[in-house]
Ligand binder design. Structure first.
Ligand code: HEM
Length: 414
């Protein structure tokens, strides 16, 4: 079911306020049907952009990365060449440069390597659940969803546990740069030009850059053979700015996305306890993580830029135009998914786009994210018989990242 109470089917996709009560799915459904390539004109001085909302069109643009480039920025924000060069990560590059870095980092995120982390993930998850269940009422985002991605990110990066709360707070300030709960520098409400050379135009970027430099120059401890340690010692080692940007990318990409997938799954369970009973049968573990992540699609879009004129559904995209790939909409396209607005725990096949599948930038952390979601749910349902929402959830104010940021619940222990 789509909740249409906050979305009349004509939400302004350029406005973060349109997403402050949840994703405007009625708007995406209408666009997929009536206007699959629509134009948005922001109210501020940001240049307008195209919205691709159908699964087939998003997949095409994602695949044809020579026509739809990542190398001029991947968010709506307009950047000068100077800003782009200062802030870009390898996610903001195209082939062949992108492929070279991707070949270096791929072996650090394989399915096999992530599966080897399972005992650790389970131990951490079991502790998190035990601690949360010391009370029967709590905020499930704070007590559960936020915890595991943070601890695992620390293990993967190789940084000290006592720094993690701080790192996550800074990562939230980057990703949540449009939400006053996460930053004092709300990007569409104040002048952030002083930080235009920093990731997400955020002052948190300055602090994260400094932290990364400390790691690079051994002024802070870094675990041996962690990803950052390997990157540091790589023979094609990144220069300092590239290392800082790579660090910020992992802090931003590896954290909120997984947290919001877990919080969306908990939100679903808290509103429909039959799902919890279904999960207790143990029949759905092969498929349910993908389904919860399809449903959540926390990184709602990434942007591309057209490298030449291109016609789609009778509309002319001009060279240099910004084109948004709305993964969150493609993952609910009724042309591909039966009952797209329902969670079907054994959905198979599940060709969702939440990880940007089908393109060269497909999520590097997808095996880790799925495993974390699955294990934390397994550990939770072992110990509870019911979860009930005690208040309406609150959502992150952003048209880029979607998620439940507060989810008060009451649980009954088994
Ligand atoms: C459910 C959780 C997650 C979701 C929904 C998600 C989503 C995505 C999406 C949609 C992309 C494609 C970007 C594009 O097309 O430009 C992406 C790329 C990426 N993700 Fe994730 N992500 C998640 C978890 C993670 C984790 C846990 C990590 C790392 C620890 C990670 C690291 C990355 C990196 C480095 C890229 C860039 C890859 C490239 O450009 O080649 N992600 N992610």
């Amino acid at each position: 079911m789509i909740d249409k109470s906050y979305d009349d089917g004509h939400a302004d996709l350029s406005s973060h306020d349109s997403f402050a009560n949840g994703v405007p799915h009625a708007t995406f459904a209408r666009l997929r049907k009536e206007d699959p390539i629509s134009w948005s004109e922001p109210k501020d001085d940001t240049k307008g952009f195209w919205n691709l909302t159908r699964h087939a069109d998003i997949s095409l643009a994602n695949r044809e990365s020579h026509l739809f480039s990542s190398a001029q920025g991947i968010r709506i924000e307009d950047q000068s060449r100077e800003e782009y060069l200062a802030r870009r990560t390898f996610q903001e590059t195209d082939a062949p440069e992108h492929a070279t870095t991707r070949r270096t980092v791929n072996p650090m995120f394989t399915r096999k390597l992530m599966e080897d982390f399972e005992p650790l993930i389970r131990e951490l998850a079991a502790n998190i659940i035990d601690r949360a269940l010391e009370s029967t009422e709590f905020d499930a985002v704070d007590a559960i969803a936020k915890q595991l991605p943070m601890l695992m990110l620390g293990r993967i990066l190789g940084v000290a546990d006592e720094d993690l709360e701080w790192l996550v707070e800074k990562g939230d300030a980057l990703i949540g740069n449009t939400d006053p709960d996460f930053t004092d520098h709300v990007i569409d409400k104040m002048d952030t030009s002083a930080y235009r050379m920093m990731p997400f135009r955020s002052p948190a970027g300055v602090e994260l850059y400094d932290y990364a430099s400390d790691l690079l120059h051994a002024r802070r401890p870094l675990a041996k053979n962690s990803i950052l340690d390997i990157m540091k010692r790589d023979e094609n080692a990144m220069d300092e700015r590239a290392f800082q940007n790579f660090f910020c990318l992992l802090v931003a990409a590896g954290n909120d996305t997984t947290r919001y997938s877990i919080s969306m799954a908990l939100h679903a369970l808290a509103n429909d306890n039959t799902m919890l009973t279904q999960l207790k049968t143990g029949q759905y573990w092969d498929t349910c993580a993908d389904e919860f992540i399809r449903y959540a699609s926390p990184t709602m879009h990434f942007r591309r830029t057209a490298t030449e004129d291109y016609e789609l559904h009778g509309k002319k995209i001009r060279k240099g135009d910004k084109v948004l790939l709305w993964f969150v909409s493609g993952s609910r396209d009724e042309a591909v998914f039966d009952k797209p607005n329902d969670i079907i725990l054994n959905r198979k096949p599940n060709r969702h786009l939440a990880f940007g599948q089908g393109g060269p930038h497909v999520c590097l952390g997808r095996y880790l994210a799925k495993l974390e979601l699955q294990v934390v749910l397994q550990e939770l349902i072992k110990k509870v018989d019911s979860i009930k929402a005690t208040d309406t959830p609150s959502w992150t104010r952003s048209n880029f990242i979607c998620g439940v940021k507060r989810l008060p619940v009451r649980v009954t222990r088994s």
